[in-house]
Design a protein around this ligand. Structure first.
Ligand SMILES: *Cc1c(COP(=O)(O)O)cnc(C)c1O
Length: 378
């Protein structure tokens, strides 16, 4: 057995500000589920042929009642992740036979949206953002790009990232869905950083599909994701196999067949409850942003900010990195000394972080740590 890094994580009692990880921490109920359902295929004891129809454990109720209501969709499924959900939709729409079709997505999109579209054989047209310092995605820009793309090929899908994983910006989905619908294009709402953190309902926002990530934002072990859609698209995306009549082709017959879905279900009541407190998370993020600016570290993206994921620009930390022996790794090391985890090693000038789930004391501690580090080096 390896001595370190295998049995012990090493960052366990750290304050975690990694946006990737703050919303995926397990609840106590999910930890219990993790042990109880850890064996492979554990949920399949009484499977009638498809995952969503399993009544014991209560996956059927979760998928057919709880989840659609939660997502604001007509139909829902559990997938192996947000990207698998996106790929299933895109692949169903790519209709490989009649030449290349296209998707229009925001340029703040996650790489997994891009890669899913590539894998589905879709041509990709990106909607530009407004650039430094806000990087906003605007509905009008979708219209322009759809017009351009339509001259070359058939646009079959739109996608918007809500919020994006770089700046934590929340674009005007209602406006964007209206534009897409004017051109007859259904819209995918990528809510990997929204579903499970903040209130978000697919139909209220006018979208046709919604995807979320269990391990990113729903306190789940994962890999696990959620997929919601309007009724009218279910027959396309959830079409059945010609030979195995109950198996859904785009889901390869079965998705989250074991412990990940059980941690998702176990955490779900807590997730619903924490969403009620979303305004507190926004408040915390805004305070954090304001305090960072006081010590010369500027938040980019939407201001005032509306999400816990924030992107910062720091000239001062960059200058320090130019003049210290440990170079650009100094910030990572200093934060590690103070048991703060989550800013990528080597980053100083631009970095993102999340205040999700931190206590006021922890937020103050993180701010004081940044202040102290700057003081030591200047
Ligand atoms: C993390 C992330 C994803 C990927 O989620 P998975 O569930 O791991 O596939 C997709 N989109 C955005 C915006 C993300 O931040």
């Amino acid at each position: 057995m390896r001595k370190t890094g295998f049995h012990e994580r090493g960052t366990k009692d750290f304050i975690n500000i990694d946006p990737l990880q703050t919303g995926g921490k397990l609840t106590e109920d999910a930890k219990r589920a993790l042990l109880e359902w850890g064996d492979g295929y554990s949920v399949c004891d009484f499977c009638p042929g498809t995952l969503d129809r399993i009544k014991t454990p209560p996956i059927y109720d979760f998928v057919h009642e709880t989840l659609p209501e939660f997502l604001g969709s007509d139909v829902a499924r559990v997938t192996n992740g947000a990207r698998e959900a996106k790929f299933a939709i895109m692949h169903a729409f790519s209709g490989c036979k009649n030449g290349k079709k296209a998707i229009v997505m925001d340029s703040n999109a996650h790489y997994s949206s891009y890669v899913a579209a590539e894998r589905a054989g879709l041509e990709i047209f990106l909607v530009p953002n407004t650039g430094y310092p806000d990087y906003l995605i605007e509905a009008d820009a979708y219209a322009r790009v759809i017009e351009e793309a339509s001259q070359k090929t058939e646009v079959v899908l739109g996608l918007v990232t809500y919020p994006d994983g770089n700046y934590g910006n929340l674009p005007d989905v209602r406006g964007i869905s209206k534009v897409c619908h004017d051109y007859g294009i259904p819209l995918i709402l990528n809510g990997a950083y929204a579903v499970g953190r903040m209130p978000v309902k697919m139909k209220e926002l006018g979208a046709d599909f919604i995807v979320g990530s269990g391990h990113k934002s729903m306190a789940s072990a994962g890999p696990v994701g959620v997929l919601g859609m309007k009724d009218e698209y279910a027959e396309i995306v959830l079409r059945k196999s010609g030979k195995y009549g109950i198996k859904e082709v785009e889901l390869l017959g079965c998705t989250s067949r074991g412990v990940p879905i059980m941690t998702l279900i176990a955490s779900f009541p807590h997730v619903v409850e924490r969403i009620e407190r979303w305004h507190e998370e926004v408040e915390k993020a805004r305070n954090f942003s304001a305090m960072m600016e006081k010590i010369g570290i500027n938040q980019l993206g939407e201001k005032p900010h509306n999400h816990d994921l924030m992107f910062f620009e720091s000239q001062i930390l960059y200058e320090i990195s130019q003049n210290t022996k440990s170079g650009r790794y100094f910030l990572y090391r200093e934060l590690k000394k103070r048991k703060i985890h989550g800013i990528k090693p080597g980053l100083t000038r631009y970095f993102k972080l999340s205040t999700y789930g931190l206590s006021e004391d922890e937020i103050e501690y993180v701010i004081n740590s940044f202040r102290e580090i700057i003081d030591i080096y200047t």
